[in-house]
Ligand binder design. Structure first.
Ligand SMILES: [Fe+2]
Ligand SMILES: [Fe+2]
Length: 252
C-alpha cells in the first residue's frame, strides 16, 4: 500500500479538473490518497472530484480548505460552519473520508484548522485583499481564533499505538516550513497561512510525517523529528512552485 498526497487541486480551473480525469483507473487501486483541501466551493463539483478519486484509489482522505468553505456563491443565509457540514456530507456520499484511517501499521489522522494569527497579525492591506474575509461567513461574534478553536475541537483524539502516524491539514502548522526564497511581498500573506496550534496537535499524536496545503509552495522539510510535505497542485500558472503530480509519501 502506498500513501499519496496532493492538495489545492482547485478544479474550477478546467486544466486542473482534466488532470483529475486523466489519473489512471487501475494504477492506484491498492493505494491511499490524502487530499489536503481546496478543491472547490461548489458542492456538486466537490462530489464529482472526490467521487472520481474514490474510483481510482482504495481510500481517499480529505480535509476542507478555506476555498471549500466559501459561501459567497451560496446565498446570504448560509455560514461557513453550515457549509462545513454540507461538505462533510458530500465527502461521505462520494466515497471519501474525513475519519482517522488505520491499516498496515499506519495511522493517518486529519487535523481540521483555520488561521489564528499566531504567525502574525494581518495588516490593512491584507484585510482588504484576502478573499476569505468576504467569501466566508462565520456566526456572529466569531473571530479567526474562535474558528480555529471550533475546528480544533472537532479533531479526533488518537492514542499512539506503535504504528507510524501521518497527519494532514490544509493549513500550515508552522511558519518555518516556508522556504527562505519567498519574496517579502508574498510574506504579507503569512498571518493567514496557518496556526501554531496545529503543530502542537500533530506532535501530541506522535506524528512523524505531516502533509499540508494552502501555501501552494511545494516543499519537503524535516524539523525537530517531523517531516512536513506540501504537494499542492496549485493554480495553472503556478508551475514554478508546484510540480503538478502525485507524490508518494509512504509505502508499506
Ligand atoms: Fe489553495
Ligand atoms: Fe487554501
Amino acid at each position: 500500500m502506498r500513501v499519496f498526497a496532493v492538495s489545492d487541486v482547485h478544479i474550477d480551473y478546467e486544466a486542473n479538473a482534466a488532470w483529475v480525469s486523466s489519473l489512471s483507473m487501475s494504477e492506484f487501486q491498492q493505494d491511499v490518497l490524502i487530499v489536503a483541501g481546496d478543491v472547490t466551493d461548489t458542492l456538486r463539483k466537490l462530489a464529482w472530484c472526490l467521487g472520481a478519486l474514490a474510483k481510482r484509489f482504495r481510500k481517499v482522505l480529505f480535509v476542507p480548505g478555506n476555498h471549500d468553505l466559501w459561501v459567497i456563491r451560496d446565498g446570504q443565509h448560509k455560514n461557513s460552519l453550515q457549509k462545513f457540514d454540507e461538505v462533510a456530507a458530500v465527502v461521505v456520499s462520494s466515497g471519501a473520508s474525513m475519519e482517522t484511517f488505520h491499516e498496515k501499521g499506519v495511522t493517518i489522522v486529519p487535523l481540521l484548522s483555520w488561521y489564528d494569527y499566531s504567525f502574525g497579525e494581518p495588516d490593512d492591506e491584507l484585510r482588504a485583499v484576502w478573499m476569505d474575509y468576504r467569501a466566508c461567513r462565520w456566526p456572529a461574534g466569531y473571530t479567526e481564533k474562535d474558528v480555529t478553536a471550533h475546528f480544533s475541537a472537532l479533531n479526533q483524539s488518537v492514542k499512539p499505538n506503535g504504528s507510524k502516524v501521518i497527519t494532514y491539514s490544509h493549513f500550515l502548522p508552522r511558519l518555518d516550513v516556508m522556504p527562505s526564497y519567498i519574496p517579502s511581498v508574498s510574506r504579507k500573506l503569512y498571518p493567514v497561512l496557518g496556526s501554531a496550534r496545529l503543530d502542537r496537535e500533530l506532535r501530541s499524536v506522535k506524528s512523524t510525517l505531516h502533509v499540508y496545503g494552502h501555501s501552494h509552495v511545494n516543499r519537503q522539510v524535516t524539523i525537530d523529528g517531523v517531516t512536513y510535505v506540501n504537494n499542492a497542485f496549485g493554480y495553472p500558472n503556478e508551475t514554478h512552485i508546484a510540480q503538478k503530480r502525485l507524490v508518494c509519501i509512504h509505502e508499506c
